[in-house]
Design a binder for this molecule. Structure first.
Ligand code: NDP
Length: 335
């Protein structure tokens, strides 16, 4: 495993980490979740990602029970939560969003569900236009001073919103966000590579990144090349929107590219999941790639991507670029 600094913070996060979206609470029970987390942990993963909204709190409950069962030392891994969507069905206006009240309550509820004494990383899952950014920065700073959160960050905030949070923190001597959690993969890249470009410099914001959906929900594995497998994410009830995306003109164009990319994977004697994950890792502005998996065997395969980075030479990257042809594509499809 390779460990990368989370932006300019002193924290070293494993370049490959593991998240609970979709799988925990929908596809996996506690024992299955633990088996998958163990496959990641045994390969050097030190960060497990979660959010209050995943399976409305159940994903955190399952991860908490799995961590209890694991017997792993608390100082050997990091857990996160994300606040915004609420942990119950139909949350009232004070049970969701980024008010100081909900930021506090979501943190303490996540700590309880995850059965950990503090959150290593705590994210604002989306920007909240109804809450002044100063209120968010103050609430996050207070949680850090109380020892309940170690680092705070954002997810899918614009560069301008992140800069505003940073400037407010500097103006009032508060703690600025350390990391952002954006989508980044071969198909969704504009914001990460362009909009955020100035935020990575260590002499300014020095933003770390925990990127999500490196396989575009599985599309980049090639598993959808010949239809939708029975036991796949796109076949799950509640995720019909993913199937619709696949069937759209854009989805079909992406599928055609995956088929072309598969020849590159073949030429490198590797698999599509490994190629797609290594492509993300190749970008040094990525602090960690949050992977997802419904089976331990997927973790085993995906974590081998680390060994492929060196094979992605300039020539290979250029050939991939020729197929993707989307370097300036502004399309962002945030889940
Ligand atoms: P991916 O795009 O990597 O998709 C993971 C899914 O792809 C798996 O659950 C599995 O689904 C399939 N898969 C993975 N590896 C393989 C393989 N080797 N072979 C075949 N199929 C494979 O990541 P996720 O979309 O799951 O995102 C990762 C994490 O990022 C989440 O768990 C969450 O923590 C975070 N996230 C954050 C968001 C945010 O807004 N901040 C939004 C979304 C995710 P299956 O087997 O069921 O087909």
């Amino acid at each position: 495993m390779e460990y990368r600094r989370l932006g300019k913070s002193g924290l070293k996060v494993s370049a490959l980490s593991f998240g609970a979206w979709v799988t925990f609470g929908n596809q996996l029970d506690v024992d299955q979740a633990l088996a998958i987390m163990a496959a990641a942990y045994d390969r050097g993963c030190n960060f497990f990602d979660n959010a209050e909204v995943y399976a409305r709190g159940r994903a955190e409950t399952i991860m908490g029970e799995a961590l209890q069962k694991s017997g792993w030392r608390r100082d050997s891994y990091m857990v996160s939560s994300k606040v915004f969507g609420g942990a119950i069905d139909n949350p009232s206006p004070i049970q969701r969003g980024l008010s100081r009240k909900h930021i506090y309550e979501a943190a303490y509820q996540a700590i309880e569900r995850l059965q950990c004494d503090y959150l290593d990383l705590y994210f604002c899952h989306r920007p909240d236009p109804d809450v002044p950014i100063e209120e968010v920065v103050r609430a996050m700073t207070e949680l850090i001073y109380r020892g309940d959160v170690l680092y705070w960050g954002t997810s899918e905030w614009s560069a301008q919103e992140i800069m505003e949070a940073y400037a407010i923190a500097r103006q009032y001597n508060l703690i600025p966000p350390t990391m952002e959690q954006p989508q980044y993969n071969m198909f969704v890249r504009y914001r990460f590579e362009n909009e955020y470009a100035r935020l990575y410099h260590h002499d300014t914001v020095g933003m770390g990144t925990t990127i999500w959906s490196p396989l575009a929900s599985g599309l980049l594995t090639g598993k959808y090349n010949d239809g939708i497998p029975e036991d796949s994410r796109m076949n799950l009830p509640g995720y019909e929107w993913l199937k619709d995306l696949l069937m759209s003109e854009e989805g079909r164009a992406r599928l055609a590219k995956v088929k072309e990319l598969a020849t590159i994977a073949e030429g490198l004697n590797t698999s599509m999941p490994k190629l797609a994950i290594a492509w993300c890792l190749k970008n040094q502005n990525v602090s960690t790639v949050i992977t997802g998996a419904s089976k331990a065997s997927q973790v085993v395969e995906n974590f081998e991507a680390i060994d492929l980075i060196d094979q992605l030479t300039d020539d290979v990257m250029e050939t991939i670029e020729g197929i993707l042809d989307n370097k300036r594509d502004r399309l962002v499809d945030a889940s």
